[in-house]
Design a protein around this ligand. Structure first.
Ligand SMILES: Cc1cc2nc3c(=O)[nH]c(=O)nc-3n(C[C@H](O)[C@H](O)[C@H](O)COP(=O)(O)OP(=O)(O)OC[C@H]3O[C@@H](n4cnc5c(N)ncnc54)[C@H](O)[C@@H]3O)c2cc1C
Ligand code: FES
Ligand code: FES
Length: 478
């Protein structure tokens, strides 16, 4: 049984917890405003807001309900468009902006845009046109054209709704919510959500840790689900019926902490958590620009690090990133015993992992004393696309000498690839054009790309070289 708030209604349901939130709101609650497009997290037609009690406040993030299991709604506030529509039949300022700027035609995508932009207005991040447009990077419109939608998004920054944003930031989240209610961005019932979430035990056992599925005929208690953004694309029917252990909301898996010379990151930390983390912002100067290359806002709000590692896609962006930090993962067995393993030793072959099925990843740790880090990714389009080839590098440099080097590349091997020989070669070398060229030659001996829809083997070889040298051009101008 899980309990959550859907718009203004408290829900208690014994439905299979693998049911998607999309199916629940449309077919169980007859809330048809949330649309079904791709069911793969790509189009944004199914976007809902998910409010979560965190540090004594409710934080709203957009998520694609087609990939979200009901288990991940436990203890949260799920908001569909029906939950923001004003009772008097008028439009919210977000809806008005889209109408006034001609940002809607057939309307199929519009609800998704409304939800993403409403989430943007509730967010405590600084407001700018770029940030507003970024908030809708997971929403696709097939008929209107994006300029009118972007104008609508920009209007939300320069009208009264967002006035004095910096000051509001200082005054805190409560003030942002108060103002959002005053200006009609969300209805008045939002004011009581914090207390209501607290009373349904949002931060306690209601968070489904073991996902029971009473009707399930598929029993595999050692299947793990986190954000669901890979699993619900790969096998949606099976997931809807399957019993699994849900890790997304385990508080001990959501921490980002400095521990001496190490940084420890919980396995269920999502990409957005990294973007918003003070620790990460401090040690990765280009954090936002780099992570903006990973999927879209709603997917970044759901995509966990462990999910990326275990999915073992050769082009997993966060996997390349953490390989270049020479990260270590902590694996926990069924009897709760734990062991540490270098991430680079986790991959044995295509989708073959050095892990028992019953082991899960609890945390990831890496040394923070690198001096330079860079991430590069080439896709068919810049944003909301998976990589043809990606690459990351972490270096500790003293003077002009490389003391420590860890380089990774994705899309050119059966697994995400830690470049052992290339990294080893770089250690103790001066940073010169010749050394970089020599290292790039060694890299070529470590990769084995294949031709597929993302490019020919030759093209990927070229990309691997270019991205590797781009790290040095970007970081050192060589
Ligand atoms: C539209 C879209 C765009 C995407 N874009 C990108 C992109 O640009 N770059 C990219 O790298 N990826 C991308 N992805 C893939 C996906 O979002 C990531 O791989 C994500 O990090 C997976 O995390 P998750 O929590 O959703 O995994 P889930 O789907 O919940 O799980 C994936 C696998 O990991 C296992 N698992 C999850 N957590 C644990 C744990 N703690 N311990 C052990 N096993 C665990 C699950 O059992 C499953 O096998 C995209 C996906 C979508 C739908
Ligand atoms: S239906 Fe397309 S993202 Fe969910
Ligand atoms: S208005 Fe028709 S798809 Fe966007």
């Amino acid at each position: 049984m899980i309990k959550f708030i859907l718009n203004n209604q408290t829900i208690e349901t014994a439905l299979p917890t693998g049911t998607t939130v999309l199916d629940f709101v449309r077919y169980r609650k007859n809330l048809k405003g949330t649309k079904i497009g791709c069911r793969e997290g790509d189009c944004g037609a199914c976007t809902v807001l998910v409010g979560e009690l965190h540090d004594g406040r409710v934080k709203y993030r957009s998520q694609t309900s087609c990939l979200m299991p009901l288990a991940n709604a436990a203890g949260k506030h799920i908001v569909t468009v029906e939950g923001v529509n004003p009772a008097d039949g008028e439009l919210t300022p977000v809806q008005s902006a889209l109408v006034d700027e001609s940002g809607t035609q057939c309307g199929f995508c519009t609800v998704g845009f409304v939800m993403s932009l409403t989430g943007f207005c509730l967010d405590d991040a600084p407001k700018s046109k770029a940030a507003a447009v970024s908030a809708i990077d997971g929403n696709i419109c097939r008929c209107t054209g994006y300029k009118s939608i972007e104008r609508a998004a920009a209007r939300l920054c320069d009208t009264g709704e967002m006035e004095g944003e910096e000051e509001k930031r200082r005054r805190g989240e409560e003030e942002i919510l108060k103002r959002a209610i005053e200006t009609g961005i969300v209805p008045a019932y939002f004011a009581a959500i914090k207390e209501r979430l607290a009373s349904i035990g949002a931060e306690s056992s209601n968070r489904a840790s073991a996902v029971d599925n009473p009707k399930s005929e598929i029993r595999n208690p050692k299947s793990f689900v986190s954000g669901g953004t890979d699993l619900y694309v790969q096998r949606p029917e099976e997931m809807a019926e399957m019993a699994a252990e849900n890790l997304f909301d385990r508080a001990d898996l959501r921490l980002i902490e400095e521990a001496g010379e190490m940084v420890e990151v919980g396995a269920a930390v999502v990409v957005t958590d990294l973007m918003e983390s003070d620790v990460f912002q401090r040690i990765f100067p280009d954090l936002y620009r780099h992570l903006k290359l990973v999927s879209s806002t709603p997917i970044r709000n759901m995509a966990t690090l462990a999910g990326n590692f275990v999915n073992a896609s050769p082009i997993g962006d966060m996997t390349a990133w953490f390989l270049a930090l020479d990260a270590e993962i902590e694996l926990v067995d069924a009897d709760d015993s734990a062991r540490a393993l270098a991430l680079r030793d986790f991959y044995r072959g295509y989708k073959q992992l050095a892990k028992k099925p019953e082991e899960y990843i609890r945390k990831i740790s890496f040394r923070k004393d690198f001096t330079h880090f860079n991430f590069e990714k080439v896709c068919k389009r810049t944003y909301l696309d998976i990589a043809s080839v990606n690459s990351a590098i972490g270096l500790k440099v003293a003077g002009n000498t490389i003391e420590r080097a860890h380089a990774a590349v994705g899309g050119v091997f059966a697994t995400p690839l830690y470049l052992r020989k290339t990294s080893e070669f770089l250690r103790g070398r001066e940073i010169t054009e010749e050394i970089v060229s020599e290292a790039a030659e060694i890299l070529q001996t470590e990769i084995a790309p294949i031709s597929d829809v993302r490019g020919t083997a030759e093209y990927k070889r070229l990309l691997a070289r270019q991205l590797f040298t781009a790290h040095f051009a970007e970081l050192f101008g060589v």
